[in-house]
Design a protein around this ligand. Structure first.
Ligand SMILES: Nc1ncnc2c1ncn2[C@@H]1O[C@H](COP(=O)(O)OP(=O)(O)OP(=O)(O)O)[C@@H](O)[C@H]1O
Ligand SMILES: [Mg+2]
Length: 269
């Protein structure tokens, strides 16, 4: 039997490559390393989840990729580039509900960054409308952020990020502050929108369920200073009641609690 190795390789080049990233912070003149040695990549159109315990450096890695923090070692490449000053090619969505501009309407929240990035007024309005439609927000276009629910605010933040048509959407626990029901609705919506638009997503979470449902691959990090425990393929797992889904949950849970003498099951939903 012949093995065609070339055909087993993914056809496309990675959009993001993280190689041996070492990232930390200077505290009182001393460098404290949060991320020791992390490598993974993301291909165009993939949803990759970063999963790990609190404090392991998930947000730190996301901020490094966004260009807010410089790594002490290793390399981060986006589309082959290592100059990662922050830009609209990597749009970020955070957990906090207050990330919207309170003095702009919902539509204004989408139009403003588009204008800043050089779109004409007419063009910006038209693109904003498209993405409000995509996220089912047209009816709320003229409302102000204080008139929205938490779930709607997060949908506006996602629409605003997607309207920039970034190379990559970086999401840091965007549903972390939502109630369980709204959270699972937004997970479904995001998954559908991602499939439709083929946007590339790096999504930070500490929910195992969210990682399996939303993601295509899950990068599991160890406690800090963190390394990658395993990259788990969870593609095609859509039904939380299927045996495959449950097996993936179990596998991720065991990776997260590996070496943990008194695993706190409640730490990972
Ligand atoms: N600005 C900062 N200055 C100094 N240390 C920081 C700073 N931001 C984060 N840290 C430290 O870096 C480590 C990793 O933090 P980070 O916020 O990346 O973790 P995380 O995995 O996102 O955690 P969580 O799941 O709780 O959000 C922690 O020890 C944290 O205290
Ligand atoms: Mg975090």
């Amino acid at each position: 039997m012949t093995s065609n190795v070339a055909s087993e390789r993914p056809a496309t080049e990675p959009l993001l490559t993280v190689e041996g990233a070492r990232v930390g912070y200077e505290v009182d003149g001393q460098v404290q390393i949060a991320v020791e040695n992390v490598s993974f990549d993301i291909r165009p159109g993939e949803n990759v989840m970063l999963l790990g315990p609190s404090g392991c450096g998930k947000s730190t890695l996301l901020k490094t990729i966004a260009g807010f923090i410089e790594p002490y070692g290793g390399t981060v490449r986006v589309s082959g580039r290592t100059d990662l000053s922050p830009g609209p090619d990597r749009a970020v969505v955070f957990q906090e509900f207050d990330q919207l501009f309170p003095w702009h309407t919902v539509e204004g929240n989408l139009v403003y960054p588009l204008r800043v990035n050089g779109r004409s007024k007419q063009e910006a309005r038209s693109v904003a409308r498209d993405y409000l439609q995509l996220m089912n927000l047209v009816h709320a276009a003229d409302r102000y952020p204080h008139q929205l629910s938490g779930g709607m605010k997060q949908r506006v933040a996602i629409a605003r990020a997607m309207a920039l048509e970034p190379l990559m959407l970086l999401m840091d626990e965007p549903f972390g502050a939502l109630d369980a029901q709204t959270r699972s609705r937004l997970q479904r919506e995001l998954k559908e929108v991602a499939e439709r638009t083929k946007v590339t997503i790096l999504f930070v979470t500490h929910s195992i369920q969210e990682a399996v449902f939303v993601g295509r691959r899950v990068v599991v990090l160890s406690p800090p200073p963190s390394t990658v425990r395993e990259v788990v393929d969870v593609s095609g797992l859509d039904d939380p009641t299927s045996p495959e889904f449950v097996a993936a949950l179990r596998h991720l849970r065991s990776l997260l609690t590996e070496g943990d003498e008194s695993p706190d099951d409640m730490a990972f939903e």
